[in-house]
Design a protein around this ligand. Structure first.
Ligand code: GTP
Ligand code: MG
Length: 197
């Protein structure tokens, strides 16, 4: 699939305030700074659509981007940024949970993990919660440009092993780079296959 049109459609902190058009939604979640907003820009080939920063905690609200006038990409705040106050972390957790649990249009959540690091406890806990709530998800290992092909393959295998301790079946796993476009086509084709189901 090619993205021919991507438009920012609004920010919200509660599902009742999200864009009113009922279209399929695909959202991006993961630890702060993992590259959610950058990946949205890379998929849309628009450098400045979603706001990014080298400092964690940039995205604070749920941001909807309407794609090809048919569906939405949704940029979520990150979780687990240790330097944010507890109150602020809880507020962001509430925004994330409200969207994931209450958005009827959410078809799939992409859980992003930095390919250089092991899956952390907070990521596993998050995915276990998704499993319990029956929220379909896929995994994207980000920043694939930062390591070599062999290292990436090893990281994918290590992560699969960690996940198989909790699940009998692995969710789909993609590798991506917002710097060189790795994974862009695979991720967009996967989204298309779900929309067409
Ligand atoms: P929050 O909104 O704070 O939760 O962060 P985020 O997950 O949206 O991360 P963001 O897209 O803002 O990127 C964080 C930093 O990582 C920025 O400095 C990006 O330039 C960098 N980055 C993101 N994706 C990639 C990538 O694929 N490769 C490389 N080399 N850097 C990346
Ligand atoms: Mg962001």
């Amino acid at each position: 699939m090619k993205i021919t049109k991507a438009i920012f459609s609004g920010s919200s902190s509660n599902v009742k305030d999200k864009p009113s058009l009922k279209l399929p939604e695909f959202a991006f979640i993961g630890r702060s700074n993992v590259g959610k907003s950058s990946l949205i820009n890379s998929l849309c080939m628009q450098g400045k659509l979603a706001h990014t920063s080298s400092t964690p905690g940039k995205t604070q609200l749920v941001n909807h981007f309407m794609i090809n006038e048919k569906w939405y990409l949704v940029d979520l705040p990150g979780y687990g940024y240790a330097k944010t106050s507890k109150t602020e972390r809880e507020r962001l957790g509430g925004v994330i949970r409200n969207y994931i649990n209450e958005s009827d249009e959410l078809l799939l959540l992409f859980v992003l993990i930095d390919c250089r690091h092991d899956i952390q406890k907070i990521d596993l806990q998050f995915m276990i919660e998704l499993g319990k709530a029956d929220v379909p998800f896929a995994i994207i290992l980000t920043k694939a440009d930062k390591i070599g092909v062999v290292a990436l393959k090893n990281r994918i295998e290590d992560n699969a092993r960690a996940l198989l301790e909790y699940w009998e079946e692995l969710p789909p796993v993609f590798a991506s780079s917002s710097s060189n476009g790795t994974g862009r086509e695979e991720i967009l084709d996967y989204i298309e296959s779900i929309i067409e189901k």
